[in-house]
Design a protein. Structure first.
Length: 97
């Protein structure tokens, strides 16, 4: 992300986080949801991203398969790198938003 794009990013408010389901309010008490922990990189909760390349147009035969665990942001980066290694088309990816 360049500086011009970074300037457009606004800090979310408590109401934004409640609306998006990142926080929840019960009986006047605001508590974080799992989404909060994932987005903050505090996810001790077990999660993983699975990536695969298949032979042909069906999911019958795997050519390559990887599972990425750990911090959500690391998983996204590893999955992104997997796609870059496996894609065989010309393309320019400017980033993940």
């Amino acid at each position: 992300m360049n500086e011009k794009d970074a300037e457009k990013v606004k800090t979310p408010t408590k109401n934004n986080l409640l609306t998006w389901g990142i926080l929840k309010e019960e009986n006047g008490v605001v508590r974080p949801t799992y989404a909060y922990y994932y987005l903050r990189g505090l996810d001790d909760v077990m999660s993983q991203i699975q990536c695969a390349v298949f032979k042909g147009n069906t999911r019958g035969i795997f050519v390559d398969k990887r599972e990425y665990g750990g911090n959500l942001w690391d998983q996204v980066e590893q999955a992104y790198q997997f796609v870059l290694r496996k894609i065989h088309l010309g393309a320019r990816i400017k980033g993940i938003h």
